[in-house]
Design a binder for this molecule. Structure first.
Ligand SMILES: *Cc1c(COP(=O)(O)O)cnc(C)c1O
Length: 398
């Protein structure tokens, strides 16, 4: 632990079993990206030439015609929407977020209006887009979308995520078919997806990925797709994109992460993750009030997670109190708890350093033993959690 920079600077050495979370530093950056970043940091480069090199790598890996690197997937959504609104009109680009055209409407299925830490519709509004919601939370039909398209429609955004409503909505192929029938470009938010080709293959005009999620790159966004649309998004670097700037290190680091992704031993990693899940299942099976299920990723990424269902009456602790106890402990362990009101959380094996799976197993065992030994059921009201959810942020930096 002594060579852990975090303890040196007074940070808690968090173990991340929640997935790729911005709030925890996203992911473990692959050695290839770290090496690339440090090799380019001392040098001057012509940034647009470096972005040209990035374009070639992105095109090769995604099957798109062109691509570039920006600050984040969220930035990529704003830039792609801005490009769809302004085209290559440099004055319109400078005027954003004020819009001089009426063609700034952007379609978004109601069931796709999610927050990935900030609301997706804000990324559209930031670019001067006027969001037009299609359908209702759990239903979007062809007639909703067909009638939402007018001469003012600039683009349509499609979100791929475990956060979106997963039934009753238009799938990407239908969404693309309806949009393209009226000449509307489709922008896909694929931030957290492993498959770098499928969304463009299914007809999306632009697909955007986070460089810092499964790719294990530096914090960045990768915009890929049709050349003209990608170029119009890229030109926003002379406008709203300035505040979403990435430097040479992030561009080159994202390129290296993409190339490493191509060569990564995906089967080997899956096997390792499966061994973690099996260890946790052995640890949890047979404990009173605990059910451990291995479940596939909801958006079909080649990744399984463990759903840990807690019956407080028998485990003597609620799912959220267990999650909080793990996060408070030594070392702190952060589980995937965004659905914890349903009495379960997930353990995500994709961001562990080897050996940490054993610490997770033993901490789970410790907290569950402690709870069982307690005469009272540890059950703080769920409302307390939501009431105090933003306390820390609102007090920051103290
Ligand atoms: C994480 C995520 C984002 C945000 O990605 P950043 O690169 O962190 O901006 C956007 N959309 C979805 C679906 C996400 O999962």
């Amino acid at each position: 632990m002594s060579d852990d920079i975090r303890t040196t600077i007074g940070l808690r050495p968090v173990i991340n079993v929640s997935g790729t979370m911005t709030s925890l530093g996203a992911s473990i950056v692959v050695p290839e990206a770290i090496a690339a970043m440090s090799s380019i940091l001392p040098q001057f480069v012509e940034i647009n030439d470096l972005q040209r090199k990035a374009s070639a790598v992105i095109a090769r890996l995604t099957g798109g015609e062109a691509g570039f690197v920006t600050a984040s997937c969220s930035a990529g959504i704003s830039l792609a929407v801005a490009g769809a609104i302004t085209g290559n009109d440099l004055l319109a680009i400078e005027r954003l977020p004020e819009v001089t055209t009426t063609k700034n409407e952007v379609l978004l299925q109601m069931g796709h209006v999610v927050s990935y830490g900030a609301p997706v519709d804000q990324a559209i509004r930031l670019a001067g887009g006027k969001v037009v919601f299609v359908g209702q939370a759990t239903s979007a039909h062809r007639f909703h979308m067909e009638n939402a398209i007018t001469e003012n429609t600039a683009a349509a955004v499609y979100v791929v995520s475990h956060h979106v409503v997963d039934y009753g909505l238009l799938n990407l192929k239908e969404f693309v078919e309806i949009a393209h029938a009226r000449g509307v470009p489709v922008i896909v938010d694929a931030a957290s997806e492993y498959d770098l080709r499928i969304f463009l293959e299914q007809g999306a005009d632009i697909a955007i990925y986070s460089g810092h999620k499964f790719l294990g790159g530096p914090t960045s966004g990768i915009v890929a797709g049709k050349k003209e649309l990608v170029r119009n998004a890229f030109l926003q670097n002379m406008g709203i994109g300035r505040g979403m700037k990435v430097g040479k290190e992030s561009i080159f680091g994202a390129m290296a992460a993409l190339e490493a992704w191509e060569k990564r031993d995906h089967a080997g990693i899956r096997e390792r993750e499966t061994s973690y899940l099996n260890l946790w299942k052995q640890t949890l099976d047979g404990r009173p009030g605990v059910t451990a299920l291995i479940e596939p990723d909801p958006t079909d990424n080649p990744l399984d997670r463990m759903r840990v269902i807690i019956t407080a009456q028998d485990a003597h602790i609620t799912a959220w109190d267990l999650a909080d106890a793990l996060a408070r402990g030594t070392p702190p362990i952060v589980v995937r708890d965004h659905e914890v009101e349903h009495h379960y959380f997930y353990l995500d094996p994709c961001n562990l350093h080897p050996g940490q799976e054993k610490i997770v197993a033993s901490r789970l065992g410790e907290e569950l033993d402690k709870a069982r030994a307690s005469n009272e059921i540890i059950a703080t009201p769920l409302e307390n959690r939501s009431k105090h959810r933003f306390d820390g942020a609102l007090r920051w930096p103290d």
